[in-house]
Design a binder for this molecule. Structure first.
Ligand code: GLA
Length: 386
């Protein structure tokens, strides 16, 4: 936090008006269900994006970060044109995309004073831990409070999603921003992605002696292109063929009938979403009745479904999941959009060193680059830090 304050002072010659932060997230379960209007159960993690922000009085927005040499500057009244010309690119597309999206949500960008934003982050990029949502959520909350806007956190999640969809160009759902804005310590966010009603569900990992180990394969993905978009299209085609508004409306009991109406691949895509929605509901129920040590089989089944039916895993993720499970994890699965990124393993705290070693060995045996491992703690969502 002191870093962004210092960098802010160096770049602007002023003291920042405040510092805000927002976390990345791990999705415990509920993958590719959000844009199908289903259920998700992510939690905010103890890796955060920090933003030092200060008002300007000249209608200019400037963004700088510890990970890019050059600050980017745009007149607020020019933002729509700059976006239309496709000139909001690279990392600056996230913070500037949020400013643009606030305009789409009714903020008069010619009536706000301008802002300097300086950003730093400890959320690994491309690991499937929502580094982008962390930037969007931190900036959205900072601007809301700095400019005195009247937006709920639920609406700010939609603002961030809008930036991601329309400016970054990734057709993603509402999960990541919701986790980043609505998360709380020791708990997950149980979100109904149709009604957007969120419930906080206690995880109780620490009391049960459990931790979540993240295994970042180092295989990088981009959701603006390729597989993510294809899977989303397959889900929409499946829903249309079944005559429902979204796959949320298909239940487990409908699957046998759906098999006759869909081609084989689309059927498997649909089956993943339908069974995954049920697994989220089962996980929430199990957490409440039996505690976190009882959810392992659901995590494992989620991974198998993503690997075999939705086909979004990669060999590195499968190796990580298998090695972690064999070495004593209660359950393990890839997390996030897939095609790379990280797996998570829920494990007894004292088994983590052995699991970490087993994963390292399994990768070495297959001549794969050693994956990064670290534990994460369910943490608070976006907040003002100073
Ligand atoms: C990415 C997207 C989310 C969600 C997941 C898959 O993280 O940003 O909206 O679709 O993939 O569950």
């Amino acid at each position: 936090m002191s870093d962004v304050r210092e960098l802010f002072a160096t770049l602007t010659g002023r003291v920042a008006d405040g510092v805000w932060s927002a976390p990345g997230r791990v999705n415990l379960i509920g993958e590719h269900t959000d844009y199908n209007e289903g259920f998700v159960l992510p939690f905010a993690i103890d890796r955060r994006t920090v933003v030092a922000a200060g008002r300007r009085d000249d209608g200019l927005v400037r963004v700088a970060s510890t990970f890019a040499a050059e600050p980017v500057r745009v007149e607020l009244t020019d933002l729509a044109r700059v976006h239309a010309e496709g000139r909001l690119r690279d990392w600056a597309a996230y913070p500037l995309g949020v400013v643009w999206a606030l305009g789409e949500f009714g903020v008069d960008l010619s009536g706000v004073p301008g802002v300097d934003l300086v950003i730093d982050s400890t959320v690994p990029v491309g690991a499937g831990l929502s580094s982008s949502a962390a930037i969007e959520s931190a900036v959205a909350l900072a601007l809301t409070q700095l400019w005195g806007l009247d937006f709920s956190r639920e609406t700010l999640a939609r603002v961030g999603q809008r930036a991601e969809n329309d400016v970054v160009g990734a057709p993603t759902g509402i999960m990541d921003q919701s986790a980043s804005l609505l998360g709380s310590a020791d708990a997950a966010v149980f979100l109904d992605c149709r009604s957007l009603v969120a419930e906080v569900v206690a995880l109780g990992f620490a009391e049960a002696g459990l931790v979540v180990l993240v295994i970042d394969t180092g295989v990088r993905h981009a959701h603006a292109t390729g597989g993510y978009r294809d899977r989303r299209a397959a889900c929409e085609a499946g829903a249309a063929a079944l005559g429902v508004p979204a796959l949320r409306d298909v239940g487990i009991d409908d699957l046998s009938g759906a098999r006759d109406l869909l081609d084989e691949t689309t059927f498997r895509r649909v089956r993943h979403v339908v069974t995954e929605n049920q697994r989220v509901l089962d996980t929430v129920r199990t957490l409440r009745t039996d505690g976190p040590a009882a959810i392992g089989a659901l995590l494992d089944a989620s991974h198998v479904s993503m690997r075999d039916d939705f086909e979004i895993s990669v060999p590195e993720l499968d190796v990580a999941v298998e090695a972690a499970t064999s070495a004593g994890a209660i359950g393990a699965r890839m997390t996030g959009g897939g095609f790379g990124g990280a797996a998570i393993a829920l494990a007894p705290a004292d088994a983590v060193p052995a699991i970490s070693d087993a994963v390292e060995k399994a990768f070495a045996t297959r001549r794969l680059a050693s994956p990064t491992r670290f534990t994460v703690t369910p943490s608070d969502g976006a907040r003002r830090d100073g």
